[in-house]
Design a protein around this ligand. Sequence first.
Ligand SMILES: [Zn+2]
Ligand SMILES: [Zn+2]
Length: 445
Amino acid sequence: MSTRSGKEGLNGVASRERPAEVRDDLIACPDCGRLHRVRLPPPGRRAECTRCGAVLFRRGKGGLQHALPVAIAGAFLLLLVALNPLMAVHIQGNDRAGLVTTGIETLADQGMWPLSLLVGLLVLAAPFARVVAIISVLLRLHDGRPTKRRRETARLFAWAETLRPWAMLDVFLLGLLVGYSRLKGFANAEVLVGGVALGGYVLAHTAMDVAMDRRAVWQAIDHAPVSGAPPPRRWVACTVCQRIHGGDHGPVPERCTRCHSRLHPREPDSLGRTTALVSAGAILYIPANLLPVMTVVNFGQGAPSTILSGVHELAEAGLWPLALLVFVASVAVPVLKLAGLGWFLLAAWRGSAARLQARTRLYRIIDAIGRWSNIDVFMIAILAALVQFGAVASVRADPGAIAFAGVVVLTMLASHIFDPRVMWDRAAAADTEAGADEAEAPRHV
Ligand SMILES: [Zn+2]
Ligand SMILES: [Zn+2]
């Protein structure tokens, strides 16, 4: 734990609005809501919820600054990705190379502007914004002294955390791999500088996420003095920075005193909003699978293909691992998400306590893997960018792709808005045995 004194922790802008009770020595489970007393695990280990097994936080191996060099390397590689062609295709003496932006432009030219906008946001805007935000936060905390612009730094980091699942260059890399394999069937394709840089960026970005100790970053931005007092009876946890705001001696503030995110005991109207999003996703799932997602024309031959016929083509070409990957990502995962969320909603509405732990674990899996369904969307953007050889060969994105991307975005939003703590609340309300929350130490793994 940091050696900064409590007085220092109370300095700065936040102190005026800080309520009587801000408890950074307590941490609430994001998935079941159980309160724990923070006990730091050994470096490199994580602290888990004793009730549902959720990761409360991970402790980084090095100091705060370990993530900075990899973050800077990642930003440099990201520039290389954006400015260089990813891949080139040669067909019948014709060459064409494509950048990330070529895919975005081609989709817009083909009238697929919702898809073009989505790819631009997920593949360029979000990764750039996130890496710039993280580098500026880490630079501000560089010398180990508390930053003067605490509120601004906290907002930047909160923003970077929110963007995390939406920065999708790792998924894009798999899309590139699938696109490359499909091209091999009828053209010569080679990976260029941008494609290699993309691989490097994904490695650097993963290393940065592993090295970055999120709790340490939040604590360095602002931390409250350690209190030996018993946990408050009424409290609200910030879902972005995890700070606990006690409500025993006054009202809980509207916004978090550290990261300024809105504070709610539970995600407002989580069940109603998730139900709406899941229903919309389930309806869109039908055209997403029935309508063609793209048309590949090769020497005048070719027909529109759906998600499933794309999987079939990969399998026929003998690319079994890729066929399986695309099947899981594009067909199985969306069904798992819709069915899983449907089950959680039903159980929560009924206040059921059956299989609560299994449901919470499945929720975590669904929330983590949902973004990987975008592989097909990115593969279409890449192929449409590269294969534009007029009568010889061309690839066009079709309306099914918009419906499919819609399913992915809607189900991602649904699992984000669904608050698993509501399942625990409702089960506890139905079964009074659950009792009051005693703060206990987390499990270290
Ligand atoms: Zn838990
Ligand atoms: Zn916060």
